[in-house]
Structure formats: structure tokens, C-alpha cells
Design a protein around this ligand. Structure first.
Ligand code: NAD
Length: 269
């Protein structure tokens, strides 16, 4: 456990924390002293494994099941969190899915599923967290802010993505939702920001890195010359959740190895 705990005594909920980026964020927040809820919807054994790893490292964690796109399940998850840790200080809206296809064959069900999980799920969780932040207010010993929300967005809140119209639309929506929430809630001392990951090595994008050919093709899009790791996002999440970023409101922190720098233009001005 980190000796200079930035999140000591705070409680954090990370959605979709039994895999990939969410898993690394949950571990990073716990490593900095937060009590962590490891949300999952499938594979409870993976969530239990994350909880065990955090506990073995000297932290506190509990696994709670909820489908983030289901209002009742989200409300029940927050109640279970309050029964366990008393309150929430940090929400990391991380759960997300892809259902890719060319537009002409994209089913309405796949369009709605991606929007429901990636966008509505973030709204439902943010709304519950904000109710508690407003009710409780600032506890100075814990944080300067009444609460922090981190939305897991993507470089695709900016970069259009053919063949992934539902996903890119959900991330574009997160951008405006995050900024509108931040504008509304900053006067109440609630900080809302996003992280925009580039290509991070997780199950969601396995085809893009599982063979050397695929990885080499991907690397042409990343000026920094390596694929991102979930821990890169974990570190950014700790900073955005901590008082070190107290003056940061309504911003997307891109953690992308330079993917947004239009690498296709690097040799032809
Ligand atoms: P992942 O597939 O490893 O993790 C996604 C997590 O979301 C899983 O734990 C999954 O069970 C959970 N989830 C899915 N539907 C859910 C639901 N209805 N309710 C609760 N949980 C649900 O993928 P990842 O790469 O770790 O993705 C995490 C987030 O990061 C997503 O929002 C994704 O869009 C975003 N992101 C990932 C990358 C990348 O390159 N990996 C890049 C940009 C953004």
C-alpha cells in the first residue's frame, strides 16, 4: 500500500471493475487508501478475485452485482454500498461495451444496448452518487470536494469511428453529459471529469492486439509507440479523484500515447 495515501477514508464505486480498465482503476484507488466497490454484472468469480487481490494488498473492497443500465439494480447497488461503507466520495463510471457492425446491418437492439450501458448507465450511476454528495456535503478531513465523478470516455468522443457508430455516439454523448453535469454541479463543489483512453490492452479490443500483425497496424496510430496498459488509466483515475486535481472541472484527460495527434499527418505536412 502506498504510504502517502491520497484517498484515505474515501469510498469509491467502480463500475465494470472485474475486467480490464475498471479492474486496474479499482486496484489503484484501493492502493491509495479508498474503500472500493467492485461492481460487476457477469463473472462473479472475477469480481471476487479482484476483491481478494485488494485485500491481500492491505486494502478494503467488496463486490456488488448490478447491471448499470437497470435503474432498480443501480439504486440497490448504491444502497448496498451505503450499508457497507456509509457513503460514496468517488464514482468511476467505467462499464462499457462494443457491439460493432456496419451501419446498414446494425440492429436496433445493438444500437440501444450500447447506448443503454455506455451512456444511460453512466447517467443512472451519476444521479445516485450526486444525490448522496448533495445530502452529505463536504467532509474537509477527507476531501475539498463534496464528491468526484470520473466518466470513462474514449478518444472516440472526438475521433469518428466507422463500423462503430453506436459506440462512438455513446462516447460523444458522454462528453456533453460530463460537461453539462460539471457546469451544473461545480457550484455545489462536485467535480465531474472524464478520462479518454486511447488503445488500452484489455479484452474489449483483443482483435486489435492479439497478433503481431494487428498490433503493428495499431501502433501506426500511436505516436508514443506502445499500446496502453490498464494501469496507465488507474494512475490517471487516482489523480482525478484526489485533491491534487481540485481545480480540474469538466475536462477530458486523454491518456492515449498521442493517438489524438493525427499521426497520419506526421510525415506529410
Ligand atoms: P472490458 O471488456 O475489459 O471491461 C468492460 C467492463 O464493463 C467489464 O467488467 C464488463 O463486465 C462491464 N460491463 C459491461 N456491461 C455492463 C453492465 N451492463 N453493467 C455493469 N458492468 C458492465 O473493457 P475495458 O477496455 O476495460 O473497458 C472499460 C471502459 O473503458 C469502457 O467504457 C470502454 O469503452 C472504455 N475504453 C476502453 C478502451 C480500450 O482501449 N480498452 C479505450 C477507450 C475507452
Amino acid at each position: 500500500m502506498n504510504p502517502n495515501l491520497k484517498l484515505k477514508g474515501q469510498s469509491a464505486l467502480v463500475t465494470g471493475a472485474n475486467s480490464g480498465i475498471g479492474l486496474a482503476v479499482a486496484k489503484a484507488l484501493a492502493n491509495d487508501g479508498a474503500n472500493v466497490v467492485v461492481n460487476y454484472v457477469t463473472r462473479p468469480e472475477d469480481a471476487d478475485e479482484v476483491v481478494n487481490q485488494i485485500k491481500n494488498d492491505g486494502g478494503n473492497a467488496v463486490a456488488i452485482r448490478a447491471d448499470v443500465s437497470n435503474e432498480q439494480q443501480v439504486q440497490s447497488m448504491f444502497q448496498q454500498m451505503y450499508d457497507t461503507y456509509g457513503t460514496i466520495d468517488i464514482l468511476v463510471n467505467n462499464a462499457g461495451i462494443q457491439k460493432d457492425s456496419p451501419l446498414e446491418s446494425m440492429s436496433l437492439a445493438d444500437w440501444q444496448l450500447v447506448l443503454n450501458v455506455n451512456l444511460t448507465g453512466q447517467f443512472l450511476c451519476a444521479r445516485e452518487a450526486v444525490k448522496e454528495f448533495l445530502k452529505r456535503g463536504i467532509i474537509k478531513e477527507r476531501s475539498c470536494a463534496a464528491g468526484k465523478i470520473i466518466c470513462m470516455s474514449s478518444v472516440h468522443e472526438v475521433i469518428p469511428w466507422a463500423g462503430h457508430v453506436n459506440y462512438a455516439t455513446s462516447k460523444g454523448g458522454i462528453h456533453m453529459m460530463m460537461q453539462s453535469m460539471s457546469q451544473e454541479l461545480a457550484p455545489k463543489k462536485i467535480r465531474v471529469n472524464s478520462i479518454g483512453p486511447g488503445a488500452i490492452q484489455t479484452p474489449i479490443n483483443k482483435p486489435a492486439w492479439e497478433t503481431p500483425e494487428a498490433l503493428n497496424k495499431l501502433l501506426t496510430l500511436i505516436p508514443y509507440g506502445r499500446i496502453g496498459q490498464p494501469e496507465d488509466i488507474g494512475k490517471a483515475a487516482v489523480w482525478l479523484a484526489s485533491d491534487e486535481s481540485d481545480y480540474v472541472n469538466g475536462t477530458t484527460l486523454f491518456v492515449d500515447g498521442g493517438m489524438l495527434l493525427y499521426p497520419g499527418f506526421s510525415t506529410n505536412g
